[in-house]
Write a protein that binds this ligand. Structure first.
Ligand code: 21W
Length: 238
């Protein structure tokens, strides 16, 4: 039978950073159900240097260190990835190499959905000032998670993996909840309430107690729209 699961290779100098996030919660369930297979590769393993060096000083001078190309290249190749734009009958079978980088496209739900179509993602996490530019010949796409400065690509990689994993069929229990999510249909979520009916003198909106499911559905749509218009008008205009 054809492979159905998604494989994600993570290429990093800090493999231990992934332990918690990948063994807890939703992603571990995806791994247990064999929907997702995650493999972590430590770049240091591919260093031929006697001190297992993976970084070096930048040509031209300046602050910080740059990740050396050779161990990074060998780590990428070890996943089966090759040069970009390789010929594949089914493009989604190509190992798709992503570099988490402040220079990348900002992650959004469209990008997440597109990435979820691939059968094999290879995620390169940079550290220090970044990677040797010649490695870009092996990168299909650069992805940022937003306009703020972090210390490296590991946390962004976890954000990307989490968002892609929950798009895979069978990961989230109620497929509905993926469809209804903020951004999925382009709107923010409606407000949620649970028991008790009165909490610190604040009541649950009466309509939610009415049992009239058509009215409740209309109310939720209206609330979602109201919130979006007030807080994120940009989502309505484009
Ligand atoms: C941050 C590396 C800033 C280099 C000009 C020259 C991956 C990230 C990262 C990092 C610099 C992502 C400078 C959101 C992020 C990441 C580490 C540049 C100063 N400017 N998404 N030198 N934010 N960050 N250093 O930081 O690797 S995805």
């Amino acid at each position: 039978m054809a492979i159905t699961y998604m494989k994600i290779d993570i290429i990093t100098i800090f493999p231990a950073m992934f332990k918690g996030p990948l063994t807890e919660s939703l992603i571990s369930r995806a791994s247990e159900k064999e929907i997702l297979k995650i493999n972590i590769t430590d770049i240091r393993f591919f260093s031929k240097d006697k001190n297992k060096k993976v970084d070096d000083k930048p040509f031209g001078g300046g602050v910080g260190m740059v990740m050396k190309p050779e161990p990074l290249y060998d780590a990428i190749k070890s996943t089966g990835a090759r040069k970009k734009n390789g010929a594949y009958k089914n493009p989604y079978l190509k190992p798709y190499v992503i570099y988490m980088s402040p220079q990348g496209k900002t992650l959004n739900n469209k990008i997440v959905k597109d990435l979820a179509k691939f059968k094999h993602l290879v995620i390169v996490c940079g550290h220090y000032e970044g990677i040797d530019e010649r490695i870009m010949n092996y990168i299909d796409e650069e992805v940022s998670i937003g306009d703020y400065v972090l210390t490296g690509g590991e946390i962004p990689a976890m954000v990307l993996i989490d968002s892609v994993a929950r798009m895979l069929p069978g990961v989230v229990k109620e497929e509905e909840s993926v469809k209804n999510d903020s951004f999925y249909n382009g709107l923010l979520d409606y407000p949620h309430y649970t028991r008790p009916v009165i909490f610190k003198n604040h009541r649950v909106p009466e309509i939610l107690l009415s049992g009239d499911h058509n009215k409740i559905s209309d109310w939720r749509k209206k609330e979602a729209y109201k919130r979006t218009k007030k807080r994120r008008p940009d989502l309505l205009s484009d």
